[in-house]
Design a protein around this ligand. Sequence first.
Ligand code: ATP
Length: 315
Amino acid sequence: MANAPHRGGDKREDGLALDGTALVWRHLSVAPAGVPQPVLTDASGEIPRGQMVAVVGPNGAGKTTFLRALVGLASFRGELWVHGEPWHRARWRIQMGFQPPAATFVGQTVEEEMAIAVATRAARTGEPPPDRPKLDGELRRWMQTVGLHVPVNRPVDALSGGEMAKLAVAGALASGADILLLDETQAELDPGARADMRAVFQGLARSGRTILLVTHDMDDVLAADAVMVIREGTIGKPMPPRDFFYGWGERVPCDDLGFQAPYLVQVARDIRAATGADFAPLSEREFVEGWRDAVAGAIRRGGARRNSSAVEHLV
Ligand SMILES: Nc1ncnc2c1ncn2[C@@H]1O[C@H](COP(=O)(O)OP(=O)(O)OP(=O)(O)O)[C@@H](O)[C@H]1O
């Protein structure tokens, strides 16, 4: 990595602004461990703090390799900054979740697992290890943050898949990480547990953490603040999910990649085509409000008469 002198908050001579960013990379080339040929070449981009970013792309595009580079498990060339600091100084702020989470647990029980995470943080920061009441309080706080409601003495291998996923995130937070990388860690969960985890990630993003979620699940993309497409050796600029699902002109990134849009988006596209309205909802609430406006607008413009069968069908 290039060794440019820098302190967080500065703006460099080349105009690179690091304020408010969780990750910045410039001219990054990444190769999996032991592989001479890079999978990603000369990539530049950034991710602001406090966002949940869905990372999507075809199989073998380099999503995992990119995430592994961020935690030092794949070699890279180029510049990488973490919260405005050179990567080698601030890499501890990044933690990657693996699948299955159970494979990475060290403790026997929930309590042990969390205590180890807290001890790891204390060792790194030099803070004194918390006494028993403090540890209990912290443990409860992290479990509350991720919505993990189980007795603390439960063995980790007795947890459900959803509970394990939550414990892995709670442990990462307790260890001091505030940039979480999740590589299809939700793939094995049932729809309810996935929805739960999505809500956890959204909550963490709102509280200033940054989440990179590699996923093939379009409902994750719908819930994200931004979508980053990795394909053909390149990392795309993060885009709003609205652009990903509704596109610009003829091109719709979701369709280009061969993903099936969520049902809500499919129906909204039909309404858009039938009414000509600028109708691009990402949630049920936006759908209901936008649908009302779209149909009312179409009726006002007489579009409903021209497209009467389509609108009647939608109504
Ligand atoms: N250890 C390795 N040795 C050789 N090639 C590797 C290694 N790890 C990854 N690759 C190759 O690098 C490319 C990118 O792999 P990567 O796992 O990053 O893709 P991905 O986008 O995460 O794919 P998927 O969606 O299938 O998980 C693939 O062609 C893969 O075969």
